[in-house]
Write a protein that binds this ligand. Structure first.
Ligand code: SF4
Length: 431
């Protein structure tokens, strides 16, 4: 049996090690002057790309790493000097500067793209890929995934409208496979696809289990900090044996912590839910502003939409891989879009399960896709639940619009409100 002291915390260590190995591998690809498949977190379709042995780059992850490593401003400035507006997605601008620097990145060298594959989950994906098309003349493939047409009116497998949508997505996947054959010069191998999909199934099951395990009291991981490490592995290593092994070991760690009452913090006073994209320029400090009050993030919609809806634990049917891949893509990307656009409806379901005391809405300047509806979402959630909430604005890349002092003032006031509400509830004899 694994000794407990090596079990606790290994998910973070092994996640960081996997990340380093991934970037090292990409550095090798760049050195050999080979290209990589560029994909995005919402609907990456890595199952197909990895069945063609393509190295995969997630430009969103590469960009956010420049912010965590505190050099994003250098990249943003370079892109803005070229005429890119301060208002557009910071990930795009960091990537533009990275491409102009020949892939130079604080974690190594990122290879150039040989193909870009993306869904319509974010409109920026489409315009972003067009930049690479202009720079490198590579094929870019849009997969149009129908989303929810009307709140509460989603269709499901077996229903006529759903099956029409599934066939529509399946046709696009078959075209993607043909394009991959042209790009790689390799014939499509359906058994290899089955293999990657089998690994993706295991990662999906484990990812859903990881998220559910955080219902424990005390919570087992911080959804904003630890969760982002796990998320990176869920995206980057989906469909691989390394990803499967990592997540099986992570579940083992978290189950051990749950069984022994080992929390992520020694003092959990307030259980919070986070809605939006993290503040990467002051990633650790942002969390500390909450931790200082005993606040910990037990859930985050980021872990849903930025995993491309993997939280749904959709299981591919390996007997009919392409049709099943289309069905899984349809369900998971639709769920990711719903988590972004209507987060209150998703969070509403978990308030009781996760015993949430307050919700933090974090709209950011340069991601309109996620931020635009957050004010309405907050109003709706407060009307429906009366839960305490905080609405703070900053950015995921641009430190010029991150004011730690202002954030701290708002966060302190939020906790004072939570404390006073708790005191009133206790005085009234409530739980
Ligand atoms: S979702 Fe937001 S951060 Fe991601 S690519 Fe779209 S605009 Fe940029």
């Amino acid at each position: 049996m694994t000794p407990p002291d090596s079990l606790v915390g290994r998910g973070n260590e092994e996640g960081a090690a996997l990340f380093r190995s991934w970037f090292e591998e990409l550095g090798g690809v760049a050195e050999r002057k080979q290209g990589a498949a560029y994909v995005f977190v919402m609907g990456s379709v890595v199952e197909i790309l990895k069945s063609f042995d393509m190295p995969v780059v997630f430009p969103e992850i590469a960009s956010l790493q420049t912010a965590i490593r505190r050099v994003a401003h250098e990249y943003l400035n370079e892109a803005e000097d070229l005429g890119y507006s301060p208002d557009i997605c910071g990930y795009v601008k960091a990537d533009v500067a990275l491409q102009r620097r020949g892939g130079q990145h604080p974690m190594g060298t990122i290879p150039r793209p040989s193909i870009a594959v993306y869904t319509n989950a974010c409109n920026t994906y489409i315009k972003w890929a067009e930049i690479w098309e202009r720079m490198y003349g590579i094929p870019i493939v849009t997969i149009d995934v129908p989303g929810t047409r009307q709140a509460g009116c989603q269709t499901w497998p077996g229903e006529r409208r759903f099956e029409n949508d599934r066939r529509y997505v399946e046709g696009q996947l078959r075209e993607l496979i043909a394009t991959c054959e042209t790009v790689t010069g390799q014939a499509f191998d359906i058994d290899k696809l089955r293999e990657t999909m089998g690994h993706a199934n295991r990662v999906s099951t484990c990812w859903a289990r990881v998220l559910a395990l955080n219902r424990s009291r005390p919570s087992l991981f911080n959804a904003l900090t630890d969760g982002t490490i796990y998320l990176g592995v869920a995206d980057g290593f989906r469909g691989t044996p390394e990803g499967t092994r990592y997540f099986e070991r992570l579940v083992e760690e978290l189950e051990y912590k749950a069984a022994h009452g080992i929390g992520t913090t020694t003092e959990e006073r307030y259980r919070l839910s986070f809605l939006g994209v993290p503040c990467y320029p002051i990633f650790r400090r942002f969390n500390e502003l909450f931790a200082e009050w005993g606040g910990t993030f037990v859930s985050s919609t980021y872990l849903w939409f930025a995993s491309g809806g993997t939280n749904r634990d959709y299981q591919y049917d390996l007997a009919d891989p392409i049709a099943s891949l289309a069905e899984g893509l349809l369900l998971s990307v639709r769920d990711a879009m719903d988590s972004m656009f209507h987060p209150h409806t998703m969070v509403r379901q978990m308030i009781e399960d996760y015993a949430i005391d307050g919700v933090v809405f974090h709209p950011i300047k340069s991601c309109r896709t996620v931020s635009t509806g957050l004010a309405d979402s907050r109003r709706a959630l407060m009307e429906e639940t009366g839960l305490n909430s905080l609405f703070i604005e900053s950015d995921m890349m641009d430190r010029r619009v991150v004011s730690e002092a202002q954030l701290k003032n708002r966060i302190d006031a939020f906790f004072e409100g939570l404390a006073s509400r708790r005191a009133q509830t206790l005085a009234a004899g409530g739980a």
